[in-house]
Design a protein around this ligand. Structure first.
Ligand code: NAP
Length: 306
């Protein structure tokens, strides 16, 4: 049976990735959109508010993909679950761990499907790396996630607000890969946040994890392309490099082949499986690490960002 799905929040990621992934997946049929300002495909029912969509499409939708910023996601997802709909949450699943736990509990109580999706976990080299690292001891780990905020988040004011996470919005993608591939949990020992004096969220951050030589650098001031890399050395001396946001894997300098149908198509395939099984799949670890970093961070105010 085809799943009748609506997209809520029709910004960059909804248009760039969700729309084509849904259109290409025979399990799904896009039947409506909720947007205040976006331009949905012609002919689709469009609602300014999620509540209007739930009312107007009652009995005519089975699922929603919530692609808003995290700050408003909990309330929308709560109402969707109450309406008996399957829910896909863009990353991060909500703005706090408490909200995520609440959604998980509500979905389980209601017997509906809830999928807290982490698109980077669907990058082609992630599963092969997880298999490679199974049972290994990690001697060194360094995450380097650097890009130009003006290129990827131009005009997005929400991302600088307290629940926007700043540079940890893309940074959480790296952490979602790390938590999937590492055989051990990451604990934040120390963090340094660099916050423009006219913003609430960091433009750069460094994290030190428990364990010698376990660290991460996130920087939005990088205007020489982008670096989305995780470098690992195992206790047995193997050097593992995940590059291009999980797109490429090098083992001791040798590139390995990894194939995938694409992050979002793979994510929707998983959503279809979870809907069929009426399951809840929520991985809170990446958000837990970000929350821990915000708890221990030393904050340095720097020049305003314009
Ligand atoms: P965006 O371009 O700013 O789009 C978000 C959309 O959500 C807005 O266009 C707005 O659309 C809607 N919205 C509803 N309530 C809102 C509110 N209170 N404040 C602002 N917008 C509100 O952001 P995005 O880049 O698509 O990111 C959305 C989510 O996807 C974030 O959690 C982000 O981490 C994740 N994501 C983004 C990327 C990326 O490359 N940009 C990649 C992967 C994941 P309407 O006018 O339609 O209401």
């Amino acid at each position: 049976m085809t799943v009748r799905v609506a997209i809520i929040g029709f910004g960059k990621i909804a248009q760039d990735q969700h729309l084509p992934a849904i259109e290409a997946d025979p399990h799904f049929d896009l039947v409506a959109v909720s947007t205040r300002s976006g331009q949905p495909p012609a002919g689709l029912p469009c609602f300014a508010q999620p509540a209007e969509l739930f009312e107007g499409m009652a009995g005519k939708i089975d699922a929603v993909a919530i692609c808003t910023p995290p700050a408003v996601r909990h309330a929308i997802a709560r109402d969707a679950i109450a309406a008996g709909l399957a829910v896909l949450l863009e990353k991060p699943p909500a703005s706090t761990l408490g909200e995520v736990e609440d959604l998980e509990r509500r979905a389980r109580d209601a017997g509906t499907c809830l999928y807290a999706a982490w698109h980077s976990q669907h990058a082609p080299a992630v599963e092969p790396t997880a298999r490679l690292l199974k049972g290994e001891q990690i001697a060194k780990l360094h995450i380097s996630w650097r890009e130009d905020v003006r290129k990827y988040h131009a005009g997005q004011e929400w991302i600088w607000e307290p629940s926007g996470f700043g540079v940890l919005d893309p940074g959480i993608n790296a952490l979602s890969i790390a938590t999937r591939i590492l055989p051990e949990r990451l604990f934040v020992e120390d963090a340094q946040f660099f916050i423009p004096s006219n913003k609430q969220a960091p433009i750069a951050a460094t994290l030190t994890f428990a364990g010698v030589g376990h660290s991460a650098d996130f920087d939005w001031r990088f205007d020489d392309g982008e670096e989305w890399a995780i470098r690992i050395e195992t206790a047995s001396g193997r050097k593992i490099q995940l590059c291009d946001g999980g797109g490429r894997l090098l083992v001791d300098g040798e590139q390995q082949l990894a194939e995938s149908r694409g992050e979002y198509p793979s994510m929707y395939a998983r959503f279809a499986e979870l809907i069929a099984a009426r399951q809840v799949e929520v991985d809170r670890e990446p958000l837990r690490i970000v929350a821990d970093a915000f708890l221990v961070a030393h904050r340095q105010l720097i020049e305003p960002f314009a």
